[in-house]
Design a binder for this molecule. Structure first.
Ligand code: ZN
Ligand code: ZN
Ligand code: FE
Length: 760
């Protein structure tokens, strides 16, 4: 056996996750000498030893790596020994232009949780306890390499006790950058009417008392402020809705533990795992009928968004006690659709009219990050909003790509930057309809480009000329003289689904993009699209038949209008017995009719989202919506799972015809058939229509793979029925599993299409 040196480079998520102490201890175990260090490209190691021991070391590096790490690549080369006499952790090296993935924020670990409630521990009840296995990451990091001076912890000088732990390789807090204690770290305080009321544990106890009394409190968390109140107090929840200007849209809840969640909701194994995962997302669960959560939390829905505490502060706030609410509403701290407030002064300004008091702290949030929202479908995660706990973890791409920026969509915006094999999807930016959200978008883009050392060589954008993200992309492309790649909305949806499944795009796929909106090549609003897709181009083989959308947005907010327009375009009379018709008096009907005849401000649409709106209105479920998708969500919630009947939809040259289906629906409504049956028949009919259309496309092209994307696919009833039909016909069907099926995943698709087009 020969005595040699091994030089090892590891990339992936290897910083801020206890990787160096792991290497140090492994080297000690195998009695190897050398060093380890962080660089901006990952972790470098050099060790001397017998070759067989070095091989065992390399193997153990990947096999025993810390739970939170994620190794993408490990390379080792061997040469003559360097003569090291000890093993050291040496200073981080900054490599120009090198980059690496950054860990998302991580929920408090079991060890820290135990110490938090251990009276003999020096961090007993300290709301910022953390270690190398847990705590804030993405939201406090200003730059790489990940070291304390480059985080918002830079201003807190370690006390001797913390310093000792930080420097001790055998300690769980060795090089834990956010490490802190009551002596040297951040603290909390309560403000009422802009005056400090109490601090530390007293502030937390006072907050609990106010919550129990029904008050609304702004609480600073990991990625921003929450507005909290007692979810079992109808008056408090109603008051919160009033102040937040939020009608009907569901609020998320936080409950102290799994037992509490199971008391209110049905939870299966996959949901339990997600609730307890280190990402701690909001999981959408079915509510138990006997639950005491008040209806004001989720009007008209049969599922509810719940999460477990994820910071030590949350655990202290939700500690169980007699008389303390078992569930808190924890909704983002903002007015209506503005970005979530993150900084103390900003919160004082923007949330004063919303909150009765503020639980503040002095650990700055560098980048805002909303809670993530997920569902479980067929025992696997089905993301609805990918943000805290997931961002900025990258999606791995099937090929190496140039540095690009994809600007994303208007609603539920995320952007995406690419480099090497990675697509870094941003945290949730929100609806780009106001100045604040645009600012937040611009700051986010700047931050990601710095963090991941990307200077975009091209920018992808949605074809909709009025999207703020599109305008940003075009202006910037012109300013920096970069190629700009316009991407059709539904092409991007399907490409996003293909990319996250690692498809290389050499085989085209059948894409079914069902969505609320999406600017089409002909200027119409597309959203019921059947396409043959590869990364470069698409062919639109079938689409939902066009119908008018009088007033555009006015119809989106009022499904009754959409229903009447649909009937008008199908030549079906406006019968007063139908709920949407009864919504309008004679005069209004006359005006609407004239608008349709003269096509005044009346875009045409093939949107499946709007067809759902019209169907829900005709079934008397909802005539006016207070948030996007409300009519469809409530219509789906009513569907009878045991109903086998269905409405039939036709197919002509290139269109899905809806007349026969809508006529049957109206017949059922007039005959007094129960809404649960009507809803089920509508869903079943759509699934059968998809089966028919996909089979027709297969006969024309021979393609046997199908990707489902677009916001309508948040409808699990439709997915369930469609999947079983397509699978029984032998199709391979791809669903979103890493990024949302709604516009939150769109930027990924834009990015891979731009890569493909720019390659020529
Ligand atoms: Zn910990
Ligand atoms: Zn300390
Ligand atoms: Fe979309």
């Amino acid at each position: 056996m020969s005595y040699q040196s091994a030089r090892i480079h590891i990339s992936g998520i290897v910083q801020g996750v206890g990787f160096r102490p792991f290497v140090y201890n492994l080297a000690a175990r195998l009695d190897l000498k050398g060093w380890v260090r962080n660089t901006s490209a990952g972790v470098d190691i050099e060790v001397d030893g017998e070759r067989n021991v070095l091989d065992a070391f390399v193997q153990a590096l990947s096999e025993e790596a810390p739970k939170l790490s994620h190794i993408d690549e490990l390379t080792a080369s061997f040469g003559p020994a360097s003569g090291f006499r000890s093993f050291d952790i040496v200073h981080s090296a900054s490599i120009e232009s090198a980059f690496q993935p950054i860990s998302p924020d991580v929920a408090i670990c079991d060890d820290c949780l135990r110490e938090l409630f251990d009276p003999s521990d020096r961090r007993y009840r300290y709301p910022f306890i953390n270690c190398t296995n847990c705590g804030p990451r993405f939201t406090i990091i200003k730059d790489i390499p990940y070291d304390r001076p480059k985080t918002t912890m830079a201003g807190f000088q370690l006390c001797p006790n913390c310093e000792r732990e930080y420097a001790d390789p055998s300690n769980r807090r060795f090089h834990a950058q956010p490490v802190a204690c009551p002596v040297c770290g951040p603290h909390v305080w309560l403000e009422i009417h802009n005056e400090q009321n109490t601090r530390d544990d007293n502030a937390i106890q006072k907050t609990r008392q106010l919550l129990a009394e029904g008050k609304i409190i702004a609480i600073k968390g990991l990625g921003g402020f929450h507005l909290a109140c007692d979810a079992t107090n109808a008056d408090s929840v109603a008051e919160l809705r009033k102040r937040k200007l939020r009608v009907d849209k569901p609020f998320a809840l936080m409950m102290p533990d799994l037992a509490a969640i199971e008391e209110h909701c049905f939870v299966n194994d996959a949901e339990r795992d997600l609730l307890q995962s280190t990402a701690r997302p909001i999981v959408l669960l079915h509510l138990r009928p006997e639950s005491k959560i008040v209806e004001e939390v989720v009007p008209g829905q049969n599922f509810i968004g719940v999460m477990l505490p994820y910071t030590p502060l949350h655990y202290l706030l939700l500690e169980e006690a007699d008389g303390f609410p078992q569930a808190l509403v924890m909704t983002s701290g903002n007015v209506s659709e503005e970005p979530i407030a993150t900084d103390n002064d900003e919160a004082r300004q923007r949330l004063t009219s919303l909150a009765d008091a503020f639980l503040m702290h002095n650990r700055d949030i560098y980048i805002r990050c909303d809670d993530s929202v997920v569902r479980v479908f067929e025992k696997q995660i089905y993301p609805i909003r990918r943000s805290r706990g997931y961002a900025p973890f990258p999606v791995k791409l099937p090929w190496k790509v140039p540095p690009l920026l994809a600007a994303g969509s208007e609603l539920k915006n995320t952007f995406c930057i690419t480099n090497k094999n990675y697509a870094f999807l941003s945290h949730h930016i929100g609806d780009m309809e106001n100045y604040e959200t645009l600012k937040s978008f611009e700051q986010g883009v700047e931050h990601f480009e710095r963090l991941f050392r990307v200077k975009p060589e091209g920018i992808a954008y949605d074809l909709h000329p009025n999207y703020l993200a599109t305008r940003y992309a075009l202006e910037r492309a012109e300013r920096e003289n970069l190629p700009a790649v316009g991407v059709q909305h539904h092409h991007a949806h399907i490409a996003a689904c293909m990319a996250e499944h690692g498809l290389d795009g050499s085989q085209p796929i059948i894409g079914v993009s069902f969505d609320g909106t999406g600017y089409g090549d002909d200027g119409a609003i597309w959203g019921g699209e059947f396409m043959i897709v590869d990364y470069k181009s698409y062919q639109r083989l079938f689409h939902l038949q066009y119908f008018p959308l009088p007033g555009g947005d006015a119809s989106i907010k009022k499904p009754a209008r959409t229903a009447l327009a649909l009937l008008w375009s199908l030549g079906i009379e406006w019968d007063e017995r139908l709920a949407p018709v009864a919504e309008f008096n004679q005069e209004e009907q006359k005006l609407l009719h004239a608008q349709l005849e003269k096509k005044i401000n009346t875009p045409m649409t093939s949107s499946m989202g709007r067809l759902f709106d019209a169907a829900a209105a005709l079934a008397a479920v909802r005539q006016i919506v207070n948030y996007e998708g409300q009519a469809a969500i409530e219509f789906e919630a009513l569907a009878d799972p045991d109903e086998a009947g269905s409405y039939s939809f036709g197919l002509n040259q290139n269109e899905v015809e809806v007349r026969s289906g809508i006529e049957s629906l109206i017949k059922d409504v007039k005959a007094g058939v129960h809404t649960s049956k009507i809803s089920a028949r509508f869903h079943n009919g759509l699934a059968e229509m998809i089966r028919m259309t996909v089979n027709k496309m297969n006969r024309e092209t021979g393609i046997r793979s199908v990707a489902l994307s677009g916001g309508v696919w948040q409808n699990l009833t439709l997915i369930g029925r469609t999947l079983s039909l397509l699978r029984s016909d032998g199709f391979t069907v791809y669903l979103h599993r890493q990024v949302p099926t709604n516009d939150g995943g769109l930027s990924l698709g834009q990015a891979v299409i731009a890569v493909s087009r720019l390659r020529g």
